[in-house]
Every structure is written in C-alpha cells, then in structure tokens.
Design a protein around this ligand. Structure first.
Ligand SMILES: Nc1ncnc2c1ncn2[C@@H]1O[C@H](COP(=O)(O)OP(=O)(O)OP(=O)(O)O)[C@@H](O)[C@H]1O
Length: 225
C-alpha cells in the first residue's frame, strides 16, 4: 500500500483577542491508499481546521503535509490548486451544488475544468449517479431533489475526478438519522469500490465504527481511539 496523506507535527494557533487558541499542537496522521479513517472531535476542537490543512486550503504554522509523497510546502499556489483538483475530493455538511445546473452537470463540471472531454465526463457522471441509485435523477436540478439525493450528488461530485483522497466534514450531518445511515453506507461502498483513501469527520459513533479506524482530535493531538 502506498502513503496517500501524511500530516506530521502540524501546529496551528489562532490569535484571538487577549488569548491564543492552540488548535493543533503537533498533530500526526498517515493514511494509506484506500484506507477510510474516522475523525472524531468535540465541536470547536479543530476538525474543520485539520481538514482545511489536509486539503491545502490553509497552511499550518509549522509541520508538514505530504500528499502522495509530495511535500506540499514546496508547491506553488497553482501547483497546489492542480493537486487539489486532481487528487482530492471534498464533501461538506451542506451540499453546495450549483442550483442552476442539473445533477449530472454538477458532477461533470469539475471534470470539464480538469480537461476531460464532454462525452467521457458525461459517462463518468452517469456511472457515479448509477452507483448512488440516481440514474433517473440525472437531469433534475438540485432544487427538485430530496436532501439525501442532493448529498449523494455532492459525494458523487467529490468523486468525479477519481481522487486519491476524499476529505469529508460531517457529510451526512444535515440528514435525518435513517437517511444519514443509508447515504453513509453508499458513500463507504463507492469510496471502497474506487479504492479512495478517506478522512471523514463525524460526531456519530455508529458511523465512525463503520470505518477502518478512528482517530480522535484531543487537545490539539490526533490519538488512536
Ligand atoms: N480563522 C480563525 N480565526 C480565529 N479563530 C478561528 C479561526 N478558525 C477557527 N477558529 C477557532 O478555532 C476553533 C476550532 O475551529 P474549527 O472550525 O476547526 O472547529 P470544529 O472542530 O470543526 O468545530 P465544529 O464541529 O463546531 O464545526 C474554534 O474555537 C474556532 O472559533
């Protein structure tokens, strides 16, 4: 197995009024190819911060972030953008779909931006919609989809460019318990079938237990559960 993500000694401090918030104090984590890891953390303890750093959306104060063996500190901004686009998929608690584009178009757009030809992007988008049982919703606008369907499309979109790494921040956190359970199962099935490594933040211990292992963010450090 090859290393997909390596976070080493990550430190991130926010300077508030009067006090410093030491959110990460030397966090370490390695994900191997295809490994699915739950990130569990109390609210406000820094899981979004950690996911933003892993996704190269922010930089740490110190420490290193390697993706696919590359030390990302050496990359220019445009190289980081390309790495994010080609190698990393993001899913958030809210779907963030483009309201004026169909489900299929929402999944195709990141591929078109990455230079994939129209027909291939459409075929890949349809394949992903089928994997989520949504082939018959391909031409629906997000506003015509249920909450669970919208979140499935958002997950499919994150998988569109066949990333090596999926970063998800409470991906089913906005859904009712029963729907969250089903959508989460589908997410795991598709992520496993595409052999994608995933770091998935959740507050839900039942969902965390369905992943390969659980890490807890506690007092700025990542510890095995
Ligand atoms: N840019 C910033 N400037 C100052 N403080 C920040 C900044 N970003 C986050 N924080 C603070 O750092 C802490 C961790 O924030 P973060 O969003 O990473 O937490 P979280 O674990 O994802 O929380 P939640 O589960 O509630 O979403 C919070 O106290 C937050 O207010």
């Amino acid at each position: 197995m090859s290393e997909i993500l390596n976070l080493a000694h990550l430190v991130r401090t926010f300077h508030g009024e009067g006090e410093d918030l030491h959110i990460l104090r030397g966090a370490d984590l390695t994900l191997q190819g295809g490994e699915i890891v739950a990130l569990v953390a109390p609210s406000g303890s820094g899981k979004s911060t950690l996911l933003h750093l892993a996704g190269l959306l922010e930089s740490p104060d110190s420490g290193t972030i390697r993706i696919g063996g590359i030390d990302t500190a050496r990359l220019s901004d445009s190289e980081k953008t390309r790495l994010r686009r080609d190698e990393i998929g993001f899913v958030y608690q809210a779907h963030h779909l483009l309201a004026e584009f169909t489900a299929l178009e929402n999944i195709a757009i990141p591929q078109l931006i990455a230079g994939v030809a129209n027909k291939a992007a459409e075929a890949r988008s349809l394949k992903l919609l089928e994997a989520f049982g949504l082939a018959n919703r391909a031409n629906h606008l997000p506003g015509k989809l249920s909450g669970g369907e919208r979140q499935r499309v958002a997950i499919a979109r994150a998988m569109a460019n066949a990333p090596k790494l999926l970063l998800a921040d409470e991906p089913t956190g906005n859904l009712d318990v029963a729907t969250a359970d089903i959508v989460f199962g589908e997410l795991l099935r598709v992520v496993r079938s595409e052999n994608v490594a995933a770091l998935i933040a959740t507050h839900n211990p039942d969902l965390a237990a369905r992943m390969d292992r659980v890490v807890v963010l506690r007092e700025g450090l990542l510890v095995a559960s």
